[in-house]
Write a protein that binds this ligand. Structure first.
Ligand code: FAD
Ligand code: NAP
Length: 489
């Protein structure tokens, strides 16, 4: 049987779920023995994508998925190459730039799992000193290699979040949780220092639709309700009464119950407060003349049309605020191959990559947020990855009884036709162990990292954390690079 040598672009959870599934379905001994090699490339020096550089520090249990990823990485058929930026313009000067054309001749198969790394901005709210995307906040508190400037929390008493998804609530929780509660988690010390000096008193979480349309989940809303030192500004009872009679999903009923009950701390009993401001859509931000003044956000009042879309009522109001944080979701990088601007992510059919003319690229696949858009949690990312593995295996072993998951469903006639008409873009035969010479050189220089390097950094971060009484103390690339150079045998 022809081997599968798979290049995976991106080493986030989707990539690792695909890799671990392939490794377990094609065991080292048996009929498909030694026919599989998987090379994961990430432009970040550390693996795991948003699990390391996205998931909120006070949700450590979410990161347990990395145990499965680490186990996959012990398989000698898998290699990880960090600090290699494939195709697009590299945002980090130290990441090795490698074109897709330079990568493809070394692989029989390719998988794009590059996620959705670009925040969606609001047309009325361009980024400025007074308006930043939530992803910059997330990158700040996770010490992402993009190194955004720290938010000016020492002179910020009022924050406005635009968007009512889970990322919005993550950011609100980070701003309102007492820093002493956060100290035991994976919050870098420089971040804790800034949170300790924070002047934030109120966080408004603004949504253009109503309580039944809010994108956050009940668990995250409950965490907001239970914040130790904050209370929610009660909602107008008329707003809640309006939606009472509607036929509700389980999630909507739970959300409504929580909203009716309000926060654990009663209003007026805490110094810090937060609010959910429904049916408001930003139309502009006036920046202050003097730095001691607040910025002024203009909000159009909205209502729902019959399709549950937000439409303006014609009324508006203003909100004085120090910092606006837009949290409107994410899209893939437009310069990624097979990117569809109308979708905001790559064009695929059942995990197979499709070009602008609608033709499938043979043996080229996409998974995770790069293929689905920025929707869903790790569990759905895992199910999607398993379905893509089914497609890869069905394409490679046509007619054979390859174990499949319920997630993939039966292959349709349209899928089969698309595959039959596929464009050949990858070689059928390659040297199974070869890697591009640029990557080989990067490894020798210590610029490109391998999984073993990550294991050593990981152990050191945990050791440093133990000394400080916390989960881990993170290293940035400069520190990790020096640490690896010093300790390399
Ligand atoms: C802030 C935030 C918090 C979240 N918290 C939770 C949570 O608590 N629980 C939960 O279940 N889900 C959470 N999610 C959702 C979860 O993170 C996603 O479902 C999941 O990360 C998607 O995985 P992915 O591998 O597709 O993308 P990503 O995790 O984004 O991984 C993509 C990887 O590709 C790399 N890459 C991109 N471009 C290139 C390139 N050109 N060359 C090389 N590498 C490249 C990136 O560096 C990245 O490592 C959160 C999402 C966000 C945004
Ligand atoms: N703890 C967790 O499990 C966790 C944590 C973080 C993220 N995640 C997951 O990651 C995914 C992405 O989360 P996210 O919060 O980034 O995105 P999201 O869930 O898509 O929420 C985006 C929010 O922005 C609003 N919005 C979008 N465009 C807007 C516009 N032009 N004007 C005003 N509001 C606008 C949306 O409102 P409309 O509905 O009106 O469009 C929605 O409230 C989700 O699936 C989420 O569950 C999970």
């Amino acid at each position: 049987m022809a081997p599968i040598k798979l290049a995976v672009v991106g080493a986030g959870p989707s990539s690792f779920y695909v890799a671990s599934r392939l490794l377990s379905l094609l065991p080292r001994s048996g009929p498909h023995a030694s026919s599989l090699k998987i090379h994961l490339y990430d432009r970040l020096w550390a693996p795991y994508g948003l699990v390391r550089y996205g998931v909120a520090p006070d949700h450590p249990e979410v990161k347990n998925c990395t145990h499965k990823f680490d186990e996959a990485a012990t398989d000698p058929r898998l290699r990880f190459f960090g600090n290699v930026n494939i195709g697009t313009t590299s945002p980090f000067s130290y990441a090795l730039p490698l074109s897709l054309e330079a990568l493809m001749p070394y692989y029989t198969h390719i998988l794009y799992s590059t996620g959705c790394t670009v925040p969606i901005l609001h047309p009325a709210l361009p980024p400025s000193e007074y308006c930043i995307p939530a992803l910059s906040m997330v990158h700040w508190y996770t010490q992402h290699p993009s190194k955004p400037s720290p938010p000016p929390l020492d002179r910020t008493s009022h924050v406005t979040l635009i968007g009512q998804g889970n990322v919005s609530l993550d950011v609100a929780r980070m701003l309102l949780t007492p820093p002493d509660h956060l100290a035991k988690y994976d919050v870098p010390m420089p971040v804790l220092d800034i949170l300790r000096r924070s002047a934030v008193q109120h966080v408004s979480i603004v949504g253009r639709r109503g309580p039944l349309q809010a994108a956050f989940t009940t668990k995250e809303l409950r965490e907001m309700m239970n914040l130790p030192d904050s209370s929610m500004v009660p909602l107008d009872p008329a707003l809640l009464a309006q939606v009472q009679g509607a036929s509700l999903t389980r999630q909507q009923s739970r959300t409504l119950q929580l909203l009716q009950k309000g926060s654990k701390n009663k209003p007026g009993t805490t110094a810090k407060t937060w609010s959910l401001d429904f049916f408001r859509s930003p139309t502009g931000l006036t920046t202050p003349v003097s730095p001691s003044d607040k910025a002024r956000l203009t909000l159009a009042h909205t209502t729902l049309d019959p399709s549950s879309r937000a439409v303006p009522t014609g009324e508006s109001s203003t909100l004085d605020t120090d910092l606006v944080i837009t949290s409107l979701g994410h899209r893939s990088e437009p310069s990624a191959p097979w990117y569809d601007p109308a979708l905001g992510h790559l064009r695929t059919i059942s995990g197979r990559v499709v070009n602008a003319d609608g033709r499938v690229m043979r043996n080229a696949y996409a998974s995770g947020w790069a293929a689905m858009g920025a929707r869903g949690v790790l569990a759905s990312t895992m199910m999607d990855a398993y379905a893509v593995v089914d497609t890869i295996l069905r394409d490679h072993f046509p007619g054979e009884d390859v174990q499949t998951t319920a997630a993939s469903g039966p292959e349709s006639a349209a899928d089969k036709a698309a595959e039959a008409d596929a464009l050949e873009v990858l070689p059928k035969e390659v040297d199974l162990d070869a890697i591009p010479p640029e990557v080989e050189a990067g490894l020798k220089e210590g610029r490109v990292t391998e999984f073993e390097d990550w294991r050593r950094v990981d152990a050191e971060e945990i050791r440093r954390g133990e000394e400080l009484g916390k989960e881990r103390e993170r290293m940035d690339w400069e520190e990790a690079h020096n640490f690896l150079a010093k300790t390399r045998t």
